[in-house]
Design a protein around this ligand. Structure first.
Ligand SMILES: [Cu+2]
Length: 139
């Protein structure tokens, strides 16, 4: 192989390698920005699990499933300064999806706001939990 052609082949190979590395780095960066998917069951006056952990600055897709056959439930978390302003009803046997992006690390209490007249509220019966927002990962 003549020296000039050989150099061109090496150069082309380096360009291909660099392009591959760049594509990989881009894919990894995108992965960090992808939504955080969490599922929560609401039933029998409990949230399962009752503690959630998410990263600040990344969108969250929260799927709420009411596993009871008759009782409607709700997910309330109102901390506007932390990017959390949620009040979503989930009727018996159905699923609701909530999207939000927490902006401030901390521990925030969520609960079910349902209450039947003269009865204890669902929250008083144990229907509350904690959303822990941890700082964003360093880049
Ligand atoms: Cu409830």
């Amino acid at each position: 192989m003549p020296a000039a052609k050989c150099r061109k082949t090496v150069r082309d190979a380096l360009i291909a390698l660099f392009t591959l590395l760049l594509a990989t780095a881009t894919a990894v960066t995108r992965g960090q920005e992808s939504p955080q998917a969490i599922s929560l069951s609401l039933g029998d006056y409990h949230f399962t699990p009752d503690t959630l952990e998410v990263q600040a600055g990344r969108p969250v897709v929260l799927t709420l499933t009411n596993t009871d056959t008759l009782t409607p439930h709700n997910f309330t978390l109102q901390e506007a300064a932390a990017g959390l302003d949620i009040d979503t009803n989930v009727s018996a046997g159905s699923t609701s999806v909530v999207r939000f992006t927490p902006v401030k690390p901390g521990s925030y209490t969520f609960f079910c706001n349902k209450k039947l007249l003269f009865m204890k509220s669902h929250r008083e019966r144990g229907m509350e939990g904690i959303l822990r927002v941890i700082p964003a990962a360093a880049d």
